[in-house]
Design a protein around this ligand. Structure first.
Ligand SMILES: Cc1cc2nc3c(=O)[nH]c(=O)nc-3n(C[C@H](O)[C@H](O)[C@H](O)COP(=O)(O)OP(=O)(O)OC[C@H]3O[C@@H](n4cnc5c(N)ncnc54)[C@H](O)[C@@H]3O)c2cc1C
Length: 405
């Protein structure tokens, strides 16, 4: 009989391939099994095809998890600067786009090729497409039955990612295996996802589809699963609702029935650099039309829509009652609205929830209940903010695991 593998990794995406390369180069005999015809598809489509592969500022505060401390050890042992050094060693050109977000200059394919090269250096064997039919633990070994036969290993690493974008082969298989072995799962939900609205809530904003502007958004609350958040980023109005970085970020903190709050004047008003009271009470503006005053601090189309919404279109500010003035101020600086839902797994970038971190050792990613069973990447209840943090978690958790197997 052939010598069993040191590790079988199920899922050859970001976390699985990275972990395989590191473990292989540490001298481990590693097999990667994946059901897809082509590996690394999520990397390929990430960052608009340019892969936002990490973030210069990636730290515990950028992650949502029921245990916010869980990520600390793995991030400290494999921080963003380590992955950047690896990228540099492959001479992959990259640039910083916004708030520490690093993107490839050319193509996400360069990151995929790099991961394959790292695997090749570690003599990692990759089999795909393979259907994993069952996994059992027997006398300290892991037996993986596939449509190509049985594979045996000392360690089993689950790295099948999360549920977003089922069209490219996303499954919840790691969660199924966690459940099979009695581990708790934190209810999975779509994260970094556009929000949808009923036509009543959305009024005539859908007419502005395509408009993008910087805003300040808050969502969640102290008692909420992941607490409260506030982001100063761009919002994009679409036919279906709200999207853009600000809304994607807030969506991870939002739950059904809750309101989100938007200050349409963005960071300038939220931080007191622009005062809506001063603007509206300025004597020079008294004889101006409401929409003209608003258009001095926001896109004209939006200014008109807001004035129309409050029946103030074409009205001089001096003629507007105190009550209507207040209603307009509230609409602009604290638009409180309840989204109807999200656009779901098809449009989500990440999965919130996953294998409960209480079940795992934060140093190694190993299950506390089952020796040799590991979970890495998106299948764990660790979800990053938008901006390269999710890949950083894939690299950091994969690295921690590779040291332990
Ligand atoms: C459109 C989009 C854009 C994104 N852009 C970014 C970005 O720019 N920056 C960023 O940080 N994050 C981004 N993300 C998130 C990022 O892609 C994921 O967080 C990351 O890929 C997770 O890595 P992973 O290895 O856990 O899972 P994945 O990379 O998804 O890999 C999982 C692997 O498991 C395989 N698999 C699944 N089920 C099975 C099964 N039953 N049997 C065998 N194999 C299986 C899959 O085929 C896949 O190869 C984006 C996500 C999406 C959807």
């Amino acid at each position: 009989m052939t010598k069993p593998w040191d590790a079988i990794i199920i899922g050859g995406g970001a976390a699985g391939l990275f972990c395989a390369g590191v473990a292989g180069q540490l001298g481990k005999k590693v097999l990667v099994l994946d059901h897809a015809d082509i590996l690394g598809e999520k990397i390929r489509i990430s960052g608009g095809g340019r892969c936002n592969f990490t973030n210069l500022h990636s730290g515990a505060a950028n992650f949502l998890s029921l245990n916010p401390h869980f990520v600390k050890s793995a991030l400290a042992r494999y921080p963003a600067k380590e992955f950047i050094s690896l990228v540099q060693s492959y001479r992959i050109a990259y640039h910083e786009k916004h708030q520490g977000q690093l993107f490839c200059d050319d193509s996400a394919k360069e990151i995929i090729d790099m991961l394959f090269s790292e695997c090749a250096k570690g003599n990692v064997q990759i089999k795909n497409p393979v259907v994993v039919q069952s996994i059992v633990q027997d006398a300290g070994s892991w037996l993986v039955r596939t449509n190509g036969g049985i594979e045996i290993s000392t360690s089993l690493v689950m790295a099948t990612g999360g549920l977003p974008v089922p069209a490219i082969g996303a499954t919840g298989y790691s969660l199924d295996i966690a459940k099979q072995f009695g581990l708790n799962i934190i209810d999975p939900r779509p994260g970094l996802v556009p929000l949808s609205f009923t036509s009543e809530e959305f009024d005539n904003l859908s007419e502005l589809a395509g408009l993008s502007l910087p805003i300040c958004i808050s969502a969640g609350s102290k008692g909420h699963r992941y607490g409260a958040c506030q982001f100063n980023e761009d919002l994009l109005l679409t036919h279906k609702g709200l999207s853009g970085p600000a809304v994607l970020q807030a969506s991870s903190y939002w739950t059904e029935g809750q309101a989100i709050h938007i200050n349409w004047l963005g960071i300038a008003e939220a931080y007191g650099e622009l005062n809506i009271e001063d603007l509206l009470n300025n004597d020079e503006n008294r004889l101006k039309l409401t929409e003209t005053i608003l258009a001095s601090v926001m896109p004209q189309r939006l200014a008109k829509t807001f004035a129309k919404q409050k029946n103030l279109l074409g009205r001089k500010w001096a003629e507007v009652s105190k009550k209507d003035q207040q209603a307009l101020k509230d609409l602009i600086t604290n638009w409180s609205v309840k989204p109807a839902g999200t656009l779901g797994w098809k449009k989500a970038e990440v999965m919130l929830g996953g294998v409960d971190t209480k079940e795992m050792d934060s140093q190694t990613m190993m299950s506390r209940k089952h020796h040799g069973l590991y979970f890495i990447g998106e299948c764990v209840d660790v979800t990053g903010h938008l901006g390269g943090h999710n890949f950083q978690w894939a690299w950091s958790s994969g690295f921690a695991c590779a040291q332990a197997i």
